[in-house]
Design a protein around this ligand. Structure first.
Ligand SMILES: NC(=O)c1ccc[n+]([C@@H]2O[C@H](COP(=O)([O-])OP(=O)(O)OC[C@H]3O[C@@H](n4cnc5c(N)ncnc54)[C@H](OP(=O)(O)O)[C@@H]3O)[C@@H](O)[C@H]2O)c1
Length: 340
């Protein structure tokens, strides 16, 4: 099989394609012949050495694939053989073959092709946990989605529209037209406008009920201020660490120094709450993840889950896919395809 290996921490050219022996599924696992792989921001952080959860190089990252089940391990019902599936892979996804527990595998609903199927798990599960499970967004409330044009951002927009909430989203201005076509009510050009002033003026000084913030550091302070009474701030990423050219250690020190500390008394008196989401740490909650995934796949059939693939790169050009995302060119998802 072919795998894309992070040979050491660094620029996209540290990603190299390697030929490896095909893996064999253990008990309870299936072997998937991979068609498409979702690229995530976490993969880029891992390549740069900025993602503490990633294995040490040389390593293979990748959280999600789509493909067909080629072999079933002992104890797995053989009726799954040949099925088109999506799978959550905790690393090793950048490959044309991968073994994964049958519990992390979901059949692809009819309307989806392999590329769009690979765009679903991480983006939609994260957005679902943020908005539905922890953020409790309701009909008639309002939500500010930062990075609205990114993979999680578009998924959050789909879910917010389905919940009949009013949507505000920050993104670079070139993405606004597309976002409005997808249904975003109020795009905010965060590069040329202060998003907090924009939100306050658009909401008559009230703020919004839910903010989703993957930027981190002092950005979280500002997002907290954009909350209306009863507001909930969902923190789920630290994209800001990639902005700096400083060494890794200094980047982390700067991040910690800028990260707000919330006091229970202050939260109580402000009628606000803050929460965090890290899907990568939900690996032991398969039943919950499975239930959320069933809801999301039902959303595909009902038409409100609309995964959008911006570009597909051949597996061997994974480095170009990373560079494309780092240049902030993508709207929605970037995937790798195996051609298999
Ligand atoms: N906690 C979790 O479970 C979880 C799961 C998935 C993702 N995440 C996090 O969510 C964030 C977005 O992930 P994604 O997969 O949706 O990303 P993505 O699709 O690659 O979106 C990246 C976009 O974010 C915007 N952006 C804003 N500040 C940025 C910065 N400092 N560096 C790079 N891009 C920046 C850019 O859009 P503009 O053109 O609008 O600037 C860029 O195109 C990342 O921080 C990721 O780690 C967390």
């Amino acid at each position: 099989m072919k795998q894309i290996v992070i040979t050491k921490h660094g620029d996209p050219d540290v990603l190299e394609i390697k030929e490896r022996k095909d893996p064999q599924p253990s008990a309870g696992e299936v072997l998937i012949k991979v068609k498409a792989i979702g690229v995530n921001f976490a993969d880029i952080l891992a390549r740069k050495g900025l993602y503490p959860d990633a294995p040490k190089p040389p390593c293979v990252v990748g959280y999600e694939v789509s493909g067909t089940v080629e072999t079933a391990g002992p104890g797995v019902d053989s009726s799954i053989l040949g099925s088109a599936v999506i799978a959550l892979t905790r690393f090793n996804g950048y490959a044309d073959r991968v073994c994964v527990s049958e519990k992390a595998v979901f059949r692809i609903p009819d309307p989806l092709d392999f590329e769009r199927a690979a765009a679903i798990p991480v983006n939609y599960l994260t957005a679902y946990q943020l908005l539905h499970v922890m953020g409790g967004l309701k009909k008639g409330e309002s939500v500010l989605i930062h990075n609205a044009g990114g993979g999680v951002g578009l998924a959050a927009l789909d879910i917010s529209l389905h919940l009949e909430a009013t949507t505000y989203g920050t993104s670079s201005v070139g993405k606004h037209r597309f976002l409005m076509q997808r249904g975003l009510n109020y795009p905010i050009d965060y590069r040329n406008q202060d998003f907090l002033s924009s939100i306050m003026s658009l909401t008559g000084g009230k703020g919004v009920e839910v903010v989703l913030d993957p930027i981190g550091g002092r950005h979280w302070k500002k997002s907290y201020r954009a909350l209306r009474s009863t507001g909930r701030l969902g923190m789920f990423g630290v994209s800001t660490v990639t902005d700096s050219t400083m060494g890794r250690l200094f980047q982390f020190i700067k991040l910690i120094a800028q990260t707000p500390r919330y006091s229970p008394l202050e939260l109580m008196n402000a009628n606000k709450s803050v929460f965090g989401v890290n899907l990568g740490h939900m690996w032991n909650e398969r039943d919950k993840i499975g239930g959320w995934m069933q809801e999301i796949l039902k959303g595909v059939e009902e038409g409100w889950v609309r995964p959008h693939v911006d570009r597909a790169f051949p597996l061997e050009r994974a480095g170009e896919a990373h560079a494309y995302i780092e240049a902030r060119k993508n709207i929605g998802k970037v995937v790798l395809v195996t051609g298999g």
